[in-house]
Design a protein around this ligand. Sequence first.
Ligand code: CP
Length: 311
Amino acid sequence: RNRFRGKDYLAFKDMDREEIEFIVDLSLDFKKKWAAREPHEYLKGQVWAALFEKNSTRTRNAFQRAAADLGITTVYLRPDELQSGRGEPLKDTARMFDRYYDGLFIRTFGHEIVEEYAKWMDHPVINGLTTLAHPTQGIADLMTIKEKKGGYKGIKICYAGNLYNVCYTTMIMCATLGMDLYVARPEGMEPVQEIYEETMRRAEATGAKIVFTSDFDEALKDADIVYGMSHYSMGQAPEEVERLKKAFHPYQVTMEAMKKAKKDAIFMHCLPAYRGIDVTDEVMESEQSVVWDQGENRMHSIKGILAAVAR
Ligand code: CP
């Protein structure tokens, strides 16, 4: 079933349902091995580069632990220590990485950057977050939904937060797997056209309801999952951050908001969460919050992805 061997892992928009579910199942399998303390150094001898052009707690550490468990040696790279920081072209850097490493795990800015690395490298490239996609997060989220809700059928997600990478990955994910998604956001804030069109094309095939609404109550009603998200993104100008914080404030996930969802609704968040801004401390620490399990799943999901794509 593995169609990923030797391929890049860049975004859910490049994958179909079977491919996404394959990675979820593989990752859940690795989670079982982890719990049973069963050794799984299947990639012993491989060496991967990890280039992080933005901060990370979960993705970086999950990647390094997942790689260690698989027997992979990792080399952590910071852009300010590379010659690319002094203007060496990406295509030159990529071809050198390709000669040294068995793969590249990268967190960067524009999605075209990971696509460019993938173009110039034969070894697999894994996207650890771009402006357009967060596909390692998406697998961890699906694992969590499967574990907590038993599957995807009949699930309604209320997503409250910024309309960037995690939102785009969640849109494609819901449309592909047939889950309903209500994105609660201030009027006028819209997703990028490319992702919106692909989401709607897939939703038509699966029957998923994808709704953008400024009415938080409509999004919360009968929701099985309330997915909180930061109101702004890394690297935005302070005045833009202030504007977004103000605009998204009505969509802060509070206990009162959680009460409007289903009684057994869970709270998810990709983290980091900004308590008092996108979510309250009470919700984060509540029985409904599954964010720590979700965060742990980042490690198992990256392991699944590494095992699938490695040559
Ligand atoms: N969710 C997520 O990507 O977390 P980090 O930014 O800490 O990696």
